[in-house]
Write a protein that binds this ligand. Sequence first.
Ligand code: GDG
Length: 468
Amino acid sequence: MQERSSFLIVANRLPVDRVGESEWRRSPGGLVTAIAPVMQRRDGAWLGWHGAADEKLEPFDYDGMHLIPIPLSALEVERYYEGFSNATLWPLYHDVVATPVYSRVLWDAYRRVNERFAQAAAEAADEGAVVWVQDYQLQLVPAMLRRLRPDLRIGFFLHIPFPPAELFCQLPWRREILEGLLGADLVGFQRPGGASNFIRLSRRLLGLPHQKNEIHVDGRVVRAQAFPISVDFGEYDNLVRRPEVIARAKEIRAELGDPDHVLLGVDRLDYTKGIGQRLKAFGELLAEGTIQPGEAVFVQIATPSRERVEEYRRLRNDIELSVGRINGEHGILGMQPVQYLHQSYTRQELAALYLAADVMVVTPLRDGMNLVAKEYIACHHDLRGALVLSEFAGAADELKHAFLVNPYDVDGLKRAMVAGMRATPHELARRMRFLRRRVSTYDVNRWAGEFLSALERPSTVQPLASAG
Ligand code: GDG
């Protein structure tokens, strides 16, 4: 029998990627960085899929973390992960910017896989353990796990937006999803709006009463609250002070032909990120002569993502078409105004790009938080650089000193990009100082710490005996 843990993370993916046959490497990302020390301190375990279909692996230790791989068949990857998670929930929770697929076959797979995660967590958790379930792929796990193990303290955090009732109610399995989440003691969201959508839906669809942000269900109290996620500020701040990163940033600018302005976009190639909108705005600025070719270069890093999902293939074609068009119309020999890179980079190279960029363009149509915006800020202790930020990213709640835009408004986008390019160094420094104050004080460690202490703090509200 396996050893049981007093602290568990349950996430779709384990925090490691395979390199070669059997070597592992810690996957990049603030979540792992924030949680790894807690895991080490508390003798914790992490449950998740290891990334290869049709393969069963035994639990193993890596980098001071106990990892419990959950197997998925190729069909489950297709139906639970690419299907219900990424073709149903992802577009539905992002303002229906693409049409969600509603299919009972996909839903069945989602339910079955969630059940497997819950079973595995029930077996791995010690008496009274704290279990923290992550994200939209596992929304049924809290209730399934509570049924198996009522002694546990269960938290859930949603990394993507939680939609308003008008959209959520499209989902044929809306009650099941709500009931799934309500199995937790604490449900965390990126923005206060997500928490209030959830509270309102619990009342409207399930008739559950609430006091402020506490929902009464089955004689228990479930708290719904916003915990805006953040980045490892110190890591980026240190990276960009390293001589080799500074040298690389200079080299990048030189390779781009030393233009007056380097604009940068860094995104997974996803239709929620508004990549097409920002390229259109940039193309129009060139077409009308507001900026001259050679004066500004737009570097768009589009990391490959979910390439087997139909909508993502279509997006890739659309973006590549519009990049080709802009470069065809406005390029000059040896100089292309848009540098489009459909590749992944190391963290160090990303940091050099952030450091090299004068204007960071982050224009999602909807985004839970957007870590790229915060990483850019963490990379600018030089107080240089402008952040153009969509008001539909969760980050906009905190980053009021960015150049905020509505990404659907092409003229507004153009104005914000130009304002970012033309602002005085004094104005940019003033804004950057405010932005850095926020991101350095509310970093990812603080986020994890606040979530976990809220989860372990009992509610002061008396549960209603037979609510619901
Ligand atoms: C979801 C929510 C929420 C990108 N390209 C490369 C690379 N990245 C890294 C970035 C950043 C991360 O990926 C992307 O995070 P975002 O927050 O921007 O977006 P999602 O992937 O959609 O994340 C989002 C987040 O969860 C956390 O809760 O903020 O709203 O949608 O860290 O730097 N990293 C490396 N190479 C790349 O080429 N190493």
